[in-house]
Design a protein around this ligand. Sequence first.
Ligand code: ZN
Length: 120
Amino acid sequence: MNKWNNYETLEHHKGMIWVGKLIKTENKGNICVNQNGEFRVIAYVSPDMLEHKDLDTMVAEVVTAEGTQYLLEEDETKITCSICGNTYDELMVNIVDYPDDVCLKCESQYRERAKEYCEA
Ligand SMILES: [Zn+2]
């Protein structure tokens, strides 16, 4: 496993694009492409780059510059869970019953929390 770019250090952004978790807190980190679990770095974000742009815009510019916009396209048969951020086959995610898309793994916990909220 790559020491710097892996499921521990990165989080899912959109499509095949993953970004460093530190970008949120430290405004720096890698933008990577997830190719079947192998992360390839396509850009590095530094704090001054994020001064005038948000991450969404940055990522869109990077992939557009590389001519690889398809990397941002969501696979339509795959759905990302709003709770854990993992992407699953559409059959694994409940997109009907709640305002969020919730995968089967998160569903019981999510339902508990929703119930508490309603009863409060
Ligand atoms: Zn989930």
